[in-house]
Write a protein that binds this ligand. Structure first.
Ligand code: PLP
Length: 369
């Protein structure tokens, strides 16, 4: 039986095996494993890629969001506007610094934070808007930046899923005061373990985060603030430098696979296909469809050896961890509707047209044609 996993690293990793081995040996032989020239080189290369002045390599995406908020002195008594349909990490970072996540519904068409709903959520305590570029599509950043300017708020982008996506020609991760991204293995740019970074064009913020990631110490054994150990490893940086060179190529592959899906699935059953805003680009971290028969379709595909996932089955406001915020089912109906109807189909660099054809045929079979 054909087996198409939801995610398959093998083709992409096979094609760069030699370079990855060289990267490993370079670090191995250098005997320097934490905060050295590999991290510095990757930070410089990623800053160039993201068209910002600074990138600071960190332990993971959640820590990057956390330190981004901390570098802006966000804390107890502050409110941060977060989309209600996001991975829980966006909200967790807000909770870490002692601030309150204030959820705002997405646009049902793009699944991204709806700029028209932001103003109603702003209070005298609001300090930050945190747009999350979900699934690979950039949020409507011009509109969001205008609101932030009007109310004098910071912007912290969560760009874990949209490395290389643009809005009106400008890259996600380059709009906010300081922005976070994740190099979790399954992300578009993934390390071989946990990793993340912030991107910013502020020298002051970049330096503050460099201190915070390293025990609050700028100079060894001298601690200016109570910091963390949230550093990017040399080894992960070396792997990421190799993979960064291929990110554009792999993104084009994701976009090609999405085009195949979109063409073949148009008008099939009650499927709602991904929509890309005319001013945005989509790097298809995930290919998310919606259907009222989601659970049955997922089971049908699973029986046919096709891996799918749900992003995300329980929105942050309905998680047990956020019980104390007091939200009940129905509090954010658009988000809940998305979580009840969405299904992510396999998409990974190296996936071929015949894989897509096989999946499409099984979906058509489900809808009885
Ligand atoms: C993956 C992800 C994160 C967290 O990144 P980690 O590196 O796993 O900590 C945060 N926000 C979003 C939207 C993500 O997809």
């Amino acid at each position: 039986m054909t087996n198409i996993p939801f995610l398959n690293f093998f083709p992409a990793h096979f094609s760069i095996k030699g370079e990855m081995r060289d990267a490993f040996y370079r670090v191995y032989e250098s005997s320097w494993f934490v905060l050295g020239k590999e991290v510095e080189q990757f930070e410089n290369a990623y800053a160039v890629f993201n068209q910002v002045d600074y990138c600071v390599g960190l332990s993971n995406g959640l820590d990057a969001l956390h330190l981004a908020l901390k570098s802006l002195n966000i804390g107890v008594g502050d409110e941060v506007i977060v989309p209600s349909n996001t991975y829980v990490a966006s909200a967790l970072a807000v909770s870490y610094v002692g601030a309150k996540p204030v959820f705002v519904e997405p646009d049902l068409i793009t699944y991204n934070l709806n700029p028209d709903l932001i103003e109603a959520a702003i209070t005298s305590k609001t300090k930050v808007i945190m747009p999350v570029h979900l699934y690979g599509q950039s949020c409507e950043m011009e509109e969001i930046m205008q609101i932030a300017q009007k109310y004098n708020l910071y912007v912290v982008e969560d760009n874990a899923q949209s490395q290389g996506a643009k809005y009106n020609g400008k890259l996600a991760g380059s709009w906010g005061d300081v922005n976070a991204t994740s190099f979790y293995p399954g992300k578009n740019l993934g390390a071989l373990g946990d990793a993340g970074a912030v991107t910013t064009s502020s020298y002051i913020i970049a330096n503050k985060i460099k201190t915070l990631r390293n025990y609050g110490s700028g100079k060894k054994y001298y601690n200016e603030v109570i910091g963390h150990n949230m550093r990017l490893d040399e080894l992960q940086a070396a792997f990421l430098s190799v993979k960064l060179k291929y990110l554009k190529k792999w993104t084009l592959e994701r976009q090609q696979i999405s085009a195949w899906y979109n063409e073949a699935l148009f008008g099939v059953g009650d499927l709602i296909l991904p929509y890309t805003h005319p001013k945005a680009t989509h790097v298809f971290h995930l290919f998310v469809i919606r259907t009222s028969k989601r659970d049955a379709l997922q089971e049908h595909l699973n029986k046919n050896g096709i891996g799918t996932l749900i992003h995300y089955p329980v929105p942050p406001h309905l998680q047990k961890a956020y019980e104390h915020l007091g939200f009940k089912q129905g509090a954010f109906p658009i988000t809940e509707m998305i979580s009840e109807s969405c299904l992510s189909l396999p998409i990974w660099p190296g996936m071929e047209k015949n894989h897509v054809d096989f999946i499409v045929n099984k979906i058509k079979q489900f809808y009885g044609r």
